[in-house]
Structures are given as structure tokens and as C-alpha cells.
Design a protein around this ligand. Structure first.
Ligand code: URP
Ligand code: ZN
Ligand code: ZN
Length: 456
């Protein structure tokens, strides 16, 4: 099959021109002006933007967590991703403490194989680093294409590892050419504050926020950055939210250290005042929590300064009924919020349209940088000859309103209900197939493939 997209405004991380894209099979075979190739399908993109399909490197699909499972499985989560212009996601496998990394991989394959609508890959979360785990790492990198290893400095008693394990893991991952990523908040401090608030009868969602003050994140980010410096491992901080943590990264650049940083769309757009609503605050209970307006300013500035390279979602949705598990105790509210579908449109509307970022920066943040950092470039995150034909055709003027009534995520509320957005996905091409067109999905379960990643 071949497809030609005519007369669109083609935007990449570095270019912006009007032209055509010719796709044969799953890859881009030509880009230029007035291409005259016969094609099986034609899309007229006049007046529309064409940019690389989004890559969301931080999602949790069908994940067992806090006594329940995140409510989007591979089918519904990747369907929603495609509707929002994301053509690839990276999900997190969680090792069960006491068990092997490979057994966790098998478990995740059981949920993902044959069920995805868009391409996907895995990070491996190491929650129990020991001699057995150490021996599995090289095989995961070299045989499975899993090159990034996630660590939690929080969720004490469940996912958290200590610094001794962190150093051991970092040394091994460095030797294998991989990367260590981190949820950087101080688990002991948070554990203490949660217990204290509970003992005092302070149980509303606001106390989720007050149990994770900014210092818990800046301290852990600094500690992680120091350990990465000491070991020399490639490093990446996931869902960084605040000024204090970003300043730790800023400081590290002064000793010529490179730390990759992801923030998530919610930390740019939403703030902690939402927790003051006792009845609805649980919608935004996530970790780290939403922060202050000054932190939003820091993150937008950090993007401009090149300190923040990626905007993901940390998509981890729960039905309202699941959120009600913590109705009487904030510490039992499953942590996470839904966003996989609206990251691209929200960032376009709030970022590009409002003049905070350029359109090229938008492409970097939503796609190209993640492809580069996680060993998929130039196959992904790129409109180049030979690249996978993953792209979005986008109507930059179309206004719409986000609502749970119209979204495709398997969750019965929207964290952005009523938000008016300018710019809407018109069509999505995923490995050469028109996957979404005018709001309709045209691919079947299993279209999405596992993408093995390289070390860089
Ligand atoms: O609240 C969150 N972020 N839930 C998902 C797990 C994690 O920490 O990323
Ligand atoms: Zn996290
Ligand atoms: Zn997460």
C-alpha cells in the first residue's frame, strides 16, 4: 500500500515547510514539493500541519497498583493515544519484589501482546536489585531491547529501593550501555508525613499534597543526580514537577553533567489549588502532586533553557469508583490521572498557541527528544526518508472542548473537563496506515507492535 499526503505544512524539530510526503508500506519514502507519485490513497493536507507522531514515554496501562489496576488496558489506552496524535507509548513493567525481572516481562507481555493499537515499548522498573536481578540486566538490554531501567525512591514498602541498590543498579546499567530513570521523591520523608497526617485525622486529598512538599522532591532529585554523577550512568528524571528539583539539575550542569528531564502536561497546566476541593480533589491525586504556579513558570522556563526535554503524561487512570477507595483516607486513593489522549492538543493549545514555545520545540518535546533519549531515533520521532511513517495531520485552528463524554480513555471523568482547546488532530498515520481519520479509528487490535530499543 502507498499513501501520499499533499500540500501540508511539514514541521519537524528543525524544519517547517509546505510539501508532500510519500509513504510506501510502513515507511516514508519521499518528502518534497509537488511529488508526482501514483499512490493508493491520497490525503489533502492543505492548510493543515503535519508533524511526527507523538511519543509518550511515561504511561501505565493495565498496571497493578495500590490494590487495583489502572483502568486503561492496552486496547483502550493505545486507542485513546492514537485519537490524540500519540503513535507510540513506553509503558512501565514493575518487578515484584522477590521475583525476577523476566517474570515481570512475561506478565506484561501477557497483557500487551496482540492488544495494542499503536506501537509500544517497555521500561523495566527494578524494585528489588540483587545478584539475580543484576544478571538479568544485560539480557534485557541485548536480547529484549529494553534499555531503560526505572527506579522509585518513594512508595516505601512497595516499589522503593534504597541508595545501596540504586548504586549497584547504576553501575550495572552503565556497563550495559543503558539508562537509569527515576521517580525522585524521598520515600522516608513522605512515609513519615503520611503517617503523621493520618494520626492527626487529616485525611482529605489536600493532605496527599501536604505529605509530599517540594523539599521531598528536590532532596531526592539531588541525591539521584549525585549518584548518577558518581557512577557515570546515563540518567533521566521522570515527572519532574518543581523549582527545587529543577535547580538540582541546573546545578549539575555546572560540573558538566547531563541529566535528562521529563515533566508531564499536568505539571505545566494544573496547580495544587485543586486539592482544596474535598469532594473532587482525588481526581488529581498523583505522585508527585500538583505544585504551585511558580513551579509551572519554572517548568516553562526550564523547557526554554533546554533543561527539560520531554513532556509526557504519566497516564495512570482510575475510575471514580476506584478513586473512592480513598474516600475516607487520602493514602488509599490510587495515585494517577488520565491524560494520554490530550497531551498533544493541550500542549499545542497552551504552549504553541499562547506563544510559550515554538512549533519546532513542540515537536521536540512531544516526540523527537523521547525518540533520541530512548534509542529509537531516526526510526521514530522523525519525518525523514526511511523513518516509520508515524505522523499527525493537525488542524491548528479547530476549537474543541475536552470532556469525559467524548474522550476515548476508559475512565469516567476528565481531569481537564471543560477545557477549551485550539488545535485538533485531524488524521493519524501509524506505520503507514491511516489509523485515525475524522475521529474514527481504522486499525485493529494488534496493529501496534513492540519496538525494541537500542543503547546510544
Ligand atoms: O501518581 C502516579 N504518578 N501514579 C503512577 C505511578 C508513578 O509514580 O508514576
Ligand atoms: Zn512516579
Ligand atoms: Zn508513572
Amino acid at each position: 500500500m502507498s499513501l501520499i499526503i499533499k500540500n501540508g505544512r511539514v514541521v519537524t524539530a528543525s524544519e517547517d515547510f509546505t510539501g508532500d510526503i510519500f509513504i510506501e508500506g510502513e515507511t516514508i519514502s519521499s518528502i518534497g514539493k509537488d511529488l508526482q507519485y501514483p499512490a493508493d490513497q491520497i490525503i489533502n493536507a492543505e492548510g493543515l500541519l503535519i508533524f511526527p507522531g507523538g511519543i509518550d514515554p511515561h504511561v501505565h496501562l493495565d498496571m497493578p497498583f495500590m490494590g487495583t489496576f489502572s483502568s486503561d488496558n492496552y486496547e483502550s489506552g493505545t486507542t485513546a493515544a492514537l485519537h490524540g496524535g500519540t503513535t507510540m507509548v513506553i509503558d512501565f513493567i514493575l518487578q515484584t519484589q522477590g521475583k525476577s525481572l523476566y517474570s515481570a516481562l512475561e506478565e506484561w507481555r501477557g497483557r500487551s501482546d496482540g492488544n495494542a493499537m499503536c506501537d509500544y515499548s517497555f521500561h523495566m522498573a527494578v524494585t528489588d536489585f540483587n545478584e539475580n536481578t543484576r544478571r538479568e540486566i544485560r539480557d534485557l538490554v541485548e536480547k529484549e531491547g529494553i534499555t531503560s531501567f526505572k527506579t522509585f525512591m518513594a512508595y516505601k514498602g512497595a516499589l522503593m529501593i534504597d541508595d545501596r541498590q540504586m548504586i549497584g543498579l547504576m553501575n550495572e546499567v552503565r556497563d550495559c550501555g543503558g539508562m537509569v530513570t527515576v521517580h525522585a521523591t524521598n520515600g522516608d520523608m513522605i512515609d513519615y508525613l503520611v503517617s503523621k497526617h493520618r494520626a492527626e485525622g487529616k485525611l482529605t486529598p489536600l493532605y496527599h499534597y501536604l505529605s509530599q512538599p517540594e523539599i521531598t522532591e528536590s532532596e531526592a532529585a539531588g541525591r539521584f543526580v549525585d549518584m548518577a554523577y558518581h557512577t557515570g550512568v546515563r540518567s533521566y528524571i521522570v515527572h519532574l514537577t518543581c523549582e527545587g528539583a529543577l535547580n538540582q539539575v541546573r546545578e549539575a550542569t555546572m560540573r558538566n553533567q547531563k541529566v535528562n528531564v521529563e515533566t508531564c502536561i499536568q505539571y505545566l497546566l494544573l496547580d495544587a489549588s485543586l486539592y482544596e476541593n474535598d469532594n473532587e480533589g482525588a481526581k488529581w491525586v498523583m505522585s508527585p502532586p500538583l505544585r504551585q504556579k511558580k513551579d509551572q513558570e519554572t517548568l516553562w522556563a526550564g523547557i526554554q533553557q533546554g533543561l527539560v526535554q520531554v513532556v509526557g503524561t504519566d497516564h495512570c487512570p482510575f475510575m471514580w469508583e476506584q478513586k473512592l477507595m480513598g474516600e475516607k483516607d487520602f493514602s488509599k486513593i490510587p495515585n494517577g490521572h488520565p491524560a494520554i489522549e490530550h497531551r498533544m492538543e493541550l500542549l499545542y493549545s497552551e504552549g504553541v498557541k499562547k506563544g510559550r514555545i515554538s512549533i519546532n520545540k513542540f515537536v521536540e518535546l512531544t516526540s523527537t527528544n523521547a525518540a533520541k533519549i530512548f534509542g529509537m531515533f531516526p526510526r521514530k520521532g522523525n519525518l525523514g526518508i526511511g523513518a516509520d511513517a508515524d505522523l499527525v495531520i493537525f488542524d491548528q485552528e479547530k476549537k474543541h472542548t475536552i470532556s469525559a463524554k467524548t474522550h476515548h480513555m476508559n475512565v469516567d471523568y476528565s481531569a481537564y473537563e471543560g477545557w477549551e482547546v485550539t488545535g485538533k488532530v485531524s488524521s493519524v498515520v501509524s506505520r503507514g496506515k491511516i489509523a485515525v481519520s475524522d475521529g474514527k479509528l481504522n486499525v485493529a487490535k494488534g496493529h501496534g507492535q513492540f519496538i525494541a530499543r537500542k543503547t546510544i
